[in-house]
Design a protein around this ligand. Structure first.
Ligand SMILES: Cc1cc2nc3c(=O)[nH]c(=O)nc-3n(C[C@H](O)[C@H](O)[C@H](O)COP(=O)(O)O)c2cc1C
Length: 145
């Protein structure tokens, strides 16, 4: 039997704001390591908050989540959704990234609300927000890719 594929989505808060160089460093390191561990996913950073989706073999995802929880560059890691999946949603991205710049790239309409929804205490609302962001990310990054 093959190892189950899982997907974990979480939000967290940067301890010190990440500048472009810090984000680039994090992404370089993450992409190389994710490639080696058969992990894929997406990362958003906006105003000191992270939203990340990680997917891959259960064991690799669990091991990385344990490291991520210990990472002192951010805090308040809160898992919004953890589920088994039949197929990957980010198979082309070792870690897709969208800088939702302030003010360079205005967020898409509804994005702010969607991000706020992510942190809703209402589980159904936050799961819906995760799904919406996933769809948005895939549509956005495939344009002109
Ligand atoms: C918001 C955030 C997202 C991260 N995402 C990843 C990732 O996708 N892949 C990865 O290998 N490390 C990621 N890291 C870094 C890990 O926490 C950790 O520093 C890295 O895996 C190296 O750990 P090691 O030196 O113990 O091997 C992330 C860190 C933060 C703060």
């Amino acid at each position: 039997m093959s190892t189950p594929l899982v997907s974990v989505s979480y939000v967290s808060t940067a301890v010190d704001a990440f500048d472009d160089a810090a984000l680039a460093g994090l992404l370089d390191q993450s992409r190389a390591s994710n490639h080696d561990h058969d992990l894929t996913g997406m990362l958003l950073y906006r105003r000191g908050r992270f939203f990340q989706v990680l997917e891959g073999p259960e064991r690799a995802v669990d091991e990385l989540m344990a490291k991520i929880r210990r990472d002192r560059r951010h805090a308040e890691v809160r898992v919004l959704l953890s589920e088994q999946i039949d197929e990957r949603r980010f198979s082309e991205w070792t870690m897709g990234y969208e800088p939702i710049g302030v003010p360079a790239t205005p967020p898409p309409e509804g994005f702010r609300d969607t991000f706020a929804d992510l942190e809703s205490d209402n589980d159904r609302a936050s799961i819906r927000a995760v799904r919406e962001l996933t769809v948005w990310f895939r549509a956005r990054t495939s344009v002109g890719a």
